[in-house]
Design a protein around this ligand. Structure first.
Ligand code: PGA
Length: 254
């Protein structure tokens, strides 16, 4: 079992590469998605040092499959229900059948705009497991919560949704401070490292845990974050929309 870490944290385990996830959110048309795929497929040949996953909008999932296996696919969300009369929902099983390996759950945009609660997220987590998907579970505090010194408490509350998840199942947690998402104001490496160490302590019973940082990651700031122990990779929004920029982030990881 992996040791819980202090602020120093741990680098990706020996032989394990950084995981870099592109979260496209609700961006791109299908022609734009296809153009990205074709350009990035050429770039990705030289990016074997990292593990890459792409989370496009649902309709583009089959288009975005990597022919050479250079990246895997991720869903941006899934339903807490298995199937049935839930118009507009997408199940974990559907994602798996479209080739997804990962699913992002609990992104702060979903928590905020769609009022996703811990109870709902534990249902989504259960569905993801049943479908064999690896969750990328997002947590992070707002600026107000940070200013009030509540960051640790917020993270503790948010990870409670993983309580019933089997401890031996692989899980990726993305630490994404809400104030850093899409703002151009990334957390400093020290801030990211501190909260990531807290997350590792909270989830000390997990056998296979990777913790990513997300929030205004760019090709310019990626290497100072990636070189910090304990940061196993990135969840990238805006800077993942452009193929050279995203490849630059992937190249920045040691
Ligand atoms: P950003 O988004 O990189 O545009 O800040 C990150 C995310 O929301 O996952």
């Amino acid at each position: 079992m992996r040791e819980p870490s202090g602020v120093e944290g741990v680098k990706p385990e020996r032989g394990r590469r950084h995981l870099i996830v592109a979260n496209w959110k609700m961006n791109k048309t299908r022609p734009e998605a296809l153009a990205f795929r074709d350009t990035f497929a050429r770039e990705a040949e030289a990016l074997g040092g990292v593990e890459i996953a792409i989370a496009p909008p649902y309709p583009f999932l089959p288009d975005l499959e990597s022919s050479g296996g250079a990246w895997s696919l991720a869903g941006q969300d899934c339903s807490a229900e298995a199937r049935g009369a839930f118009t507009g929902e997408v199940s974990a099983e559907m994602l798996a059948s479209c080739g997804c390996r990962y699913v992002i759950l609990g992104h702060s945009e979903r928590r905020k705009h769609f009022h996703e609660s811990g109870a709902l997220l534990s249902g989504k987590l259960r569905q993801a497991r049943q479908a064999g998907l690896v969750p990328i579970f997002c947590v992070g505090e707002t600026l107000e919560e940070r200013r009030e010194g509540l960051t640790r408490e917020v993270l503790r509350r948010q990870v409670e949704a993983t309580e019933n998840d089997p401890p031996e199942a692989p899980i990726v947690v993305a630490y994404e401070p809400v104030w850093a998402i899409g703002t151009g104001q990334n957390a400093t490496p020290a801030q990211a490292q501190e909260s990531i160490a807290d997350i590792r302590t909270l989830l000390a019973g997990r056998v296979d845990l990777r913790v990513l940082y997300g929030g205004s990651v760019t090709a310019e700031n990626a290497s100072s974050l990636a070189s910090r122990k304990g940061i196993d990779g990135f969840l990238v929004g805006g800077a993942s929309l452009d193929s050279p920029g995203f490849a630059g982030i992937c190249r920045s990881c040691p």
